[in-house]
Each structure stands twice: as C-alpha cells, then as structure tokens.
Design a protein around this ligand. Structure first.
Ligand code: ASP
Length: 582
C-alpha cells in the first residue's frame, strides 16, 4: 500500500496513529538537527518533521538530500503541532517521520509550484504537467469535471442519450476551414475533422433516437484570435418532434441547473431578446446585460442642425457613462484615443458632460444648445454626473465600435461582476449574411437552419431580411451556445443550398447523404451546442478558456509541450501519397 491517507486528510483526532503518506516535496526548512518538509498531493499539504532526538541522525541526514518535487513515501506518527497553521486544514498536526523512501527524484522545476508562480505562460505550457500540480490549474480541471458531470446528469435525466459520432469525416466548404487528414488507403483523398457533429446528429434524429447529446471535440482551422483553440469541446444536443419553444425551455433548464448546482445561483429571469433589439440596444448580438448603458439613438435629436458630421451619418448613437463627468479632459482624450485605435477604428467621439447642477457642456457646443443636449441626455438616460459618449457613421460600424467602448468602460468601472450571472436568449437571427469577400450570401448559422415560415416569401426578393429559427444563449457578454430548428425536407434544403450559391450537383456531392435521408421520413428536429470550454471558464469566474483545458495550444495553435504540429519524414509522406517527387 503506497499510502494510508492523502495529504489533505489528517486532523487532531488522528494524533497517535501511524500513517503512511506519499507525495511531492513542496518545500523543506532545515534547522540543522530538525527538518520540516511540506508534502503535497492533489488533496493538500501535510507537514512532516524529521528530528534527530525523536528519531535518528540518519533520518535527518536523509531528509537533507530531498529536493523540490522529489516523490517520496514516508511512515510516521501523527503528532500535534506546536505552532499551528490555521490556513490549511491539516495545519494542527504534523508527522514525525520514522521511515523515508525516495520513490523518484526530480530536477529543479523551471518555475515555482505554488499558487502564485514565477513562470510565464509559454514556460508553464511547456511543462504543463508541472503546472497542473499547482492548485489554480488543478482546481480548474476538477471544476470542469464537475460541470461535465452535471451536464450529463441533467441531460440523461431528461432522456437524452450520449452517442459518439465519427472524427474522420468529409470535408465541406461551408463554415470555417477544415483540418484535413490524408487517407493512406485512398490515394489522393482526405478526411476532415468535424467542425461539429451537425449532420450526424440530424441523421440520428432521422434514425429515431429522439434526444441526443455528446460532449465532443470539434476542430476549426481558423486564424487564431486571442483565447480561441483549434480544438475545443462542445455540449452538442439535438431533439426530434420539437418546436423552438421546447428547445429554449430544455436548455434554459440546463443552464439553470448548472448555475444552481455549480454556483448556488438561482436565475430569476431568463430574458429573450431579438437579434435586432440586441444590435440596436447594445450594438452586439451577445450583450452583457449585467449593467445598463443601453444605446440611445440620437438621429432625431442631433441631426438637421449645423453639425455636418452628424447630418451625413447613417446613425448617431450614444451611451451614458455613469459618473463619467468626473473624468478629466485628459482621461476623455485617452478614451478617444482608445476608440480610434485600428482595432476599434472610430473616427472620433463627441461627448457631453452632464454637470451635477443640471447644466451640460459638450465638445460640440458650437452647434447645440443646452436644450438640445438635454434631449440627448433623455434619450441615453444620462443623469447629472454622467458623461455621454456619442459616435456617428455607418450604422453597423458605429454599433460595433460603441459596443466595444461600452464593454471597456464597464470593465474599468467594475460593472462586470464575475459573481453575477445574467443569461439571456438572443433570437430571430438573420438567416443569411452578406459576405463582402466572396460577394454572396452565407448562412449566418449554418445551411441546415430553417427560415421562419412567415419570412419564406422574402427569400427571393430580399434574402437579407429573412429571419431564421435560430437562437443563441448568451451569458455575461459571451455566446455560450447556439442552435436552430432545422430544415427537414429535401425541397427546402435544396432551395437553401441554391440561395447559398451551390449548384444542384455541388449540393448533391457535398450533402447528398443528408438530402437522401430527408426522403425517408425525417422528423421535425432542432438542437443546439454549448461551448464547454467557455461555459466552464465563465462559471469559474474567469475569462481565459486555456486555464480550463488540461493541455491547451498557444496562440499560434501550437502545443509547445509535445511540439506539434511537426514535420513528418519522407517515408511517411510517401506512404500518404503527399510526397511530390521533383
Ligand atoms: N452545430 C452548431 C454549432 O456548432 C450548433 C447547432 O446548430 O446545434 O454551432
């Protein structure tokens, strides 16, 4: 037996017992004739004492050879500590060591394995197995496990069954770029790794499984933005014989369950907001509604005066920053610089100070009277002491810019309280989205999403106006899940592919299997997928998903620990028919 107890277990009531413990040497304190060692494992830390008088000189000598992160096994007696440590659960006892065995030595670790470490990101990723010994990382992985268990519990109780779908599938041009895998046995042909099990879960519905879920790895070969991983995990779900309402209720239930079980939080309200409203009120399809600062559209009250910039703008829109009148001129200038950075790209910002005495002072006083500005305050909901920030220009662009400003200011003002959870559904997304690059419409969600029946007639005349039966679950300003009611008849699916610019041959070649299946009694169905990594990070009150992934990739999509991706040798390339002979 390697151990009788873990290192997080022993208490005063164990005093007098002989125990065997195993673990890593966290640190040693050498007093010459007495040595203390902190022994660590997943469960905690137990203090060991080696004492010349009470055991032997040899024991102490042996203890002196121990280095950080050595793996040892000891046997000894639990004794009461003279100076107790109230900060750890085992802090009232220590072990008087009688036998010591070094199970394995360790090189000096490249960073300190404590809650606060001196290791930088890359170094910790390279030695991730050491990083995982640290409490914050270990706790995150345990936390992720708990979330996954609760997901499985809830869905299983509701009659969902977990089904595994293939990882080697067919490459399709829709959506993001695929990772591909060369087939050795089929010369010149490739598999793709799934971006999601979308078509398979729909086929499971045709197969009559009725309620499916899977906690599943998905792969997207996208240019990596901060905090994106090329492989990530989804809680993927699908249901048959449902309407949108059934799906919203089911997964509202899952979200409530998780918030309750994991965070002890009861969500009172689960608001629903249309995509159009979200864009108008927050400039964003994933609004953080934990705080106000809703957009006020100022066209009516700010245009048709002398100010040309506003007059020529498609949209003039502002937000009231609570307490923002306290900003100095310099602080406001910094804000303007911030919003003019290329990442945000605003051309400038007009501002109005709302003085405590009810008067206003703006950067465009030349053009507007106090009465005008009072109207701006009314529209944006600004109170005395606030600052109104106003942007103007192309509607879509200024909304995006003002949304970025809103989030930045909320962060600076500490309005984004990680202990507060404000989920909502954003619904009625546009079915199609115009893509400037390819000059054609793309499916905003994916090509299997059903248009709203009442908008079908617009498909030919005004495709951009057609709304979809698609929905996103948003939590604290993050999209944590999204899905749709699906098309389930061949004709509509063919029509959809047609609108997406597929020829009938291309549609057949890419998605013939699905359209065929639709001819054999496909039931009405729909579903959604949650991003597990992000969900766990948000529930854990943190922003970076990498901290909740055991072995994450860096911002260049590399695993710096195993050094992947890597070159493969010529023989292997040849075998895969990838070697181009010159
Ligand atoms: N497959 C979709 C996605 O990965 C989710 C869904 O429509 O169920 O975003």
């Amino acid at each position: 037996m390697y151990r009788t107890h873990s290192n997080g277990e022993l208490r005063l009531e164990n005093v007098g017992q002989e125990v065997t413990l195993a673990g890593w040497v966290q640190k040693t304190r050498d007093k010459g004739f007495m040595i203390w060692v902190d022994l660590r494992d997943r469960y905690g830390i137990t203090q060991l004492i080696f004492d010349e008088e009470r055991t032997s000189k040899e024991m102490v000598e042996k203890a002196k050879t121990l280095g950080r992160e050595f793996v040892i096994q000891i046997t000894g007696e639990v004794i009461e500590r003279v100076s107790k440590n109230k900060n750890i659960p085992t802090g009232e006892v220590e072990i008087l060591v009688k036998e010591l065995k070094v199970l394995n030595k360790s090189l000096t670790p490249p960073f300190t394995i404590e809650d606060e470490t001196d290791g930088g990101d890359e170094l910790r990723m390279k030695y991730r197995y050491l990083d995982i010994r640290r409490n914050p990382v270990k706790e995150n992985l345990i936390f992720r496990h708990k979330v996954a268990i609760e997901v499985r519990k809830y869905l299983s109780d509701k009659g969902f069954i977990e089904v595994e779908t293939p990882v080697l599938i067919k490459s399709t041009p829709e959506g993001a770029r695929d990772f591909v895998v060369p087939s050795r046995m089929n010369e010149g042909q490739f598999y793709a790794l799934p971006q999601s099990p979308q078509t398979f879960k729909q086929l499971l519905m045709v197969g009559g499984l009725d309620k499916y879920f899977q906690i599943v790895k998905c792969f997207r070969d996208e240019d990596l933005r901060a905090d994106r991983q090329p492989e990530f995990t989804q809680i993927d779900c699908e249901m048959a014989f449902v309407e949108q309402e059934d799906i919203l209720n089911m997964f509202e239930g899952l979200t409530r369950h998780l918030l309750k079980e994991i965070k002890g939080v009861d969500v009172a309200d689960f608001p629903r907001m249309t995509y159009d409203d979200a864009m108008r009120k927050y400039g964003n399809d994933k609004p953080d509604i934990r705080f106000g600062m809703e957009f006020g559209e100022l066209n009516e009250v700010a245009q048709h005066k002398e100010f040309g910039v506003f007059n020529s703008a498609e949209l003039v829109v502002g937000i009231a920053v609570p307490g923002g009148n306290a900003y100095t001129r310099k602080e406001i200038d910094n804000l303007i610089e911030w919003i003019k950075r290329p990442q945000i790209g605003a051309l400038g910002m007009v501002y109005v100070r709302c003085n405590e005495d009810g008067t206003y002072k703006s950067s465009v006083d030349k053009f507007y009277t106090e009465e005008d500005l009072a109207k701006w305050a009314e529209v944006t909901g600004a109170k005395p002491g606030d600052l109104i920030c106003v942007l103007s220009g192309n509607a879509h662009k200024v909304r995006t810019q003002l949304s970025a400003l809103r989030m930045e200011l909320a962060t600076r003002l500490n309005l984004r309280n990680p202990a507060e959870f404000a989920p909502l559904w954003v619904m009625d997304f546009p079915l199609l989205e115009w893509d400037e690059e390819t000059n054609r419409y793309h499916a905003m969600h994916h090509p299997f999403t059903s248009p709203k029946p009442e908008d079908m007639h617009l498909l030919d005349t005004d495709p951009g106006k057609v709304r979809a039966n698609a929905y996103d679950m948003v939590l604290n300003g993050n999209e944590i899940g999204g899905g749709s009611i699906r098309i389930y008849d061949k004709a509509t699916q063919a029509l959809m592919f047609d609108h997406l610019g597929f020829t009938p041959e291309q549609a057949k070649e890419q998605f013939g299997f699905l359209m065929n299946a639709f001819e054999y009694g496909a039931p009405p169905h729909g579903g959604l997928a949650f991003g597990l990594d992000r969900l766990v990070a948000i529930l854990g009150g943190q922003e970076t998903i990498r901290d909740f992934i055991a072995f994450p990739k860096n911002n260049n999509g590399r695993d710096v620990m195993i050094d992947a991706p890597s070159h493969i040798d010529d023989a292997q390339l040849k075998e895969l028919n990838l070697k181009i002979e010159l």
